[in-house]
Ligand binder design. Sequence first.
Ligand code: CA
Length: 503
Amino acid sequence: MIHIMRRHYVLIIFLCLLAFQGINAQDKAGRLSESKPNIIVILADDLGYKDVGFTGSKEIFTPNLDKLANNGVIFKNGYVTHPFCGPSRAGLVTGRYQARFGLEINLTNSPFDMYNGLPKTEQTFAKRLQKSGYKTGIIGKWHLGGSYGFHPNRRGFDYFYGFVSGGHNYFPELTEKYRPLIGKKGDPLYAANEGTKQPLTRNDKLAEFDEYLTTALSKDAARFIKGSKDQPFCLYLAYNAPHKPLEAPEDVIAKYKHIKDPNRRTYAAMIDVMDQGIGTVVDALKKTGKLENTLIFFLSDNGGHRPDKKGYTFADNGPFKEGKGSMHEGGSHVPFILHWPGGNLKTGEFDGLVSALDIAATAVALGKGDTSGKPLDGKNLIPYLTGEKSGSPHDALFWRIETNKAFAVRTEQAKFLLENWGKDPNPKLYDMEKDPYESTDLSNKAKKTRAELAKLWNDWNKGNKANIFLQAGKYQKTRLELYKKLYEDLVKEAEKKKTLIVE
Ligand code: CA
């Protein structure tokens, strides 16, 4: 009898264990599907379209990015919202066209200017995710306001390591040399304009800068990931590489002897170090078991540099026309991928129109972020990438540089644009199905298409604001003129006043 009871006990315990395991497995699966994924947005700066392996470079080696691309989704028609740094980043971090709030120039690095930054009417995707429990961080280049109120720590980022200005030198030795100076001798506005030689900061404090900048940023990103523990995180890793100044470690430059142009050789090495850094970030995700449930977006903030007055010809925008600053494809059609092993995405190439705006919309949707305030302009890409929805996420994408009267609109079929950097005042129209590299202008032939696209653009622009900022050089000049006027007025007023007489 006791023997039989024992058998029963064993059986009951066994069944209980099975049931417990079942509940546990269900619980785990449920948690995984409901858990908020981590989000990493990796941004390159002024990267040429064809200067990574997955877009066709045979000269520059990017094995880590290529691996992410090959195991993820490659957006064949991926765009940023503006062809240069500051406004493009404003669109990216808010998920709204920067024309909505009139930010269409590169903001100056003005530490005491309480008006010169990403308007406070706007929320960053980090702020929206911070409200839903994410740990948020930005590492690298901010470029959306240098004063206290515009600092990343006040715009939704718990953590910041990098620089608030639009550029930075890459070797610490140079910064040490310039650290005691406000700018170049005889040019006090130098640092205010560029900030390239200012020290790095961590949150509001002076931070270490003791190795090649791109490597320092990558290592800090790995530390951020490792330190996030069980809290979902959102990390914006905004490299300034391979933006000028062209500076790279000699041993990496030596890998590129096959490139004749010394500028391009250094530029290639800058991209190489960035790719190594992305490898460091992926390793940190693997080691912490987070790779599976982390979305990694990679893109450039605008196209590679066009040859300039100094003769720089280092970037290759591949088959696309022109480059940074242009309304043609080379300005805003960028290398753009998404890697998310746990997302059940259909990997491979995706042809629909995709925008940098979609990053915020996707992140906020997946992370159950705050959707209050101004509406997002992007689309949650995931249903398009799992096959739940078909077609292009966008019917049309839009661009504007209000101060130049430059514009562009593209649908899957056509693109209508005005470049207008003082060269050619005539708008151009291209058939993007037959002529994606913009070689034959149809503006005087396909008049119906031209009128349709013009209407699309005008309708989009109705709710937009005119640019409310001044370009760096002009801004500083205007600011100095205002100070001068203020001083002269005070002097005049003082002269009118009666001298104080005491008796
Ligand atoms: Ca840029």
